[in-house]
Write a protein that binds this ligand. Sequence first.
Ligand code: ADP
Length: 259
Amino acid sequence: RATGKVYASAEQGKAPFFSGTILDITERKQDEQRKNDFIGMVSHELRSPLTSISGYIQMLKIKAAKSNEPTITDIAEKAKRQVDRMSGLISGFLDVARLGEGKIKLNCERFNIARLLTDAEEEVLATVSTHVVNFANVEDVIVNADIEKIGQVLTNFINNAVKYSPFNSTIVVSCTTSGQVAKISVTDEGMGIPVEDQAHVFERFYRVESEQMKVVKGFGIGLYICKEIIESHGGKIGVNSKLDYGSTFWFELPVDQTE
Ligand code: ADP
């Protein structure tokens, strides 16, 4: 890659000259490729034993239920939750490796955003007991998108809102339309993000460095995946945030207007 300017020679008959820098990015690209291959391979290898562990836990639960051992059932459920958590992390790394190779495959279909929000509400009711989550302004709006991947983005926003805001605070999920665009947003009353970090939180492996944030575990890949998903749909993603007041993470998708 070269950056710079070609100047026309002041003197007639002389060759124009180039001023600037020439940077060889082949090596950097190969390095990226190796990194992606490595992440992909490790994630894949970690997945198979985890699937077996999941199976054994399931067997344990069945046995415990048969012999009426509630303590064992309880332990098995706790183990299962941890396995699911690890499984989610591995899927994240696999997504990162695939995205690095430019492989994002969309299975688009027409669906109502209200359906997506209803599913998310059910999931939240079953899994979030630490916060008040309100689903407001749910408008009927049809988009043509990959419902699973868009659901993944919404879940990521909600999980982050839970992670980065205090117990018992309120989280508001909403969907509004303006013109030909549907906007889905998740607002929390959490720690907020400093202005200088706001543009970077969607970058791969980026995490805000502060004493408050350190307490919360993470790898800084969730929002990067969200950005890739939304942009591959031709949409926009962003955040409005005020330090110590809270954040609104949002994404926009074009409304499908075919009859
Ligand atoms: P992770 O949460 O695993 O670190 P993400 O990619 O989801 O990774 O988020 C990147 C960073 O953006 C987080 O580390 C955190 O610093 C910041 N962030 C994300 N969501 C929020 C939020 N709702 N409130 C405050 N900070 C947030």
